[in-house]
Unconditional design. Structure first.
Length: 331
């Protein structure tokens, strides 16, 4: 019966994953609302999806997810979960920051967490945790990789929505490239000024093609599903790419040098565990290299495109950033 019910709910973007077994989180309910692109974007949202699945598997919590189709639906979805008084409501993406502020005030007995939360006032309700990242630090490392590997000394960046959050990716990437290759040039472009900029693969392809025309031979994106278009151009032209947020190797095994990891899955799992262990605290929680919240992929799958000597150089840069020897700009 549950399978049939879930099949119907999936059709409208709603799914309940029941708790399993006698675990620490048994009886705890977690609700999550995805950002543009949904749980199968193989990037940002997929990382959040992995986090709640891990919490369900390892901690035994019950998970409810909603994939709204438009921005207005997100507030309705988050309010629905809060009204059910689930133990933790997670909103994915900066666009729901204002909604989380309002809901935290309306439901003081419910705990909330915002992935990529962006405050307009700097003030947070005690029941709201802002989970943010120093994306620029991870982007610096993949920028260094691009600068060390480029043959043309021109590399590209495709951004989704033009907002300060995505600018952190670009700024870190530019700094990383410049750190290892003074003669290199970064050409960048954004897909738009609204959330749909993260879900426009044809435009991503158009932007990537323009950068290739300028000589770019390695392209990095921070653009959600828009990055799929960039990948298509890289594949067609036999060039190289860098993925984002999740390990995107399976999308482009021919040409993916590495992916910049943004460990949204870890942040989701950890905040859920905090609720279970009664250690939840509101306020800002920022994750960077020091906290293992960002990084890059280096394993047997991408070893052919990412030489060991480059990995070693970039790991040394990582330690310098953590030590404070290298200061990575965010703008």
């Amino acid at each position: 019966m549950l399978v049939a019910v879930n099949a119907a709910l999936i059709a409208i973007g709603y799914l309940v994953i029941p708790a399993q077994g006698e675990r620490a989180g048994k009886g705890v309910r977690v609700g999550l609302v995805f950002d543009v692109g949904g749980k199968n974007d193989k990037s940002f949202n997929s990382a959040a999806w992995r986090g709640v699945l891990r919490a369900q598997r390892e901690l035994g919590v019950e998970v409810e997810i909603i994939e709204p189709s438009e921005g207005a639906d997100r507030e309705t979805a988050l309010r629905r979960l809060a009204a059910k008084h689930v133990d933790l409501v997670i909103g994915v993406g900066y666009v729901v920051s204002g909604t989380l502020d309002r809901l935290a005030a309306d439901f003081p007995d419910v705990k909330f967490a915002g992935i990529d939360y962006a405050s307009s006032s700097g003030q947070l309700a005690p029941n709201l945790a802002a989970l943010t990242f120093r994306e620029q630090e991870g982007a610096f490392l993949v920028g260094a990789i691009a600068g060390l590997l480029t043959n043309t000394k021109v590399v590209g960046f495709v951004g989704g929505m033009k907002i300060p959050l995505i600018r952190k990716f670009e700024a870190g990437y530019e700094a990383g490239v410049a750190h290892v290759c003074k003669d290199c040039r970064v050409v960048g472009a954004y897909a738009g000024a609204d959330p749909k900029a993260f879900a426009d693969a044809p435009l991503g392809a158009e932007l990537a093609a323009a950068q290739v025309a300028e000589g770019a031979d390695i392209l990095f994106h921070a653009a959600g599903k828009t990055g799929d278009g960039m990948f298509a151009v890289v594949r067609e032209r036999g060039l190289r790419a860098i993925g984002v947020d999740s390990d995107q190797y399976d999308q482009l095994p021919c040409c993916l040098v590495t992916s910049m990891l943004k460990r949204v899955d870890t942040a989701v799992f950890d905040i859920t565990k905090d609720v279970i262990e009664h250690r939840f605290r509101g306020g800002f929680h920022e994750l960077g290299l020091k906290e293992d919240g960002v990084g890059f992929v280096s394993d047997e799958r991408n070893a052919k495109l990412l030489p060991l000597e480059v990995v070693q150089q970039v790991r040394a840069l990582r330690e310098q950033i953590i030590a404070g020897t290298i200061k990575v700009p965010s703008t």
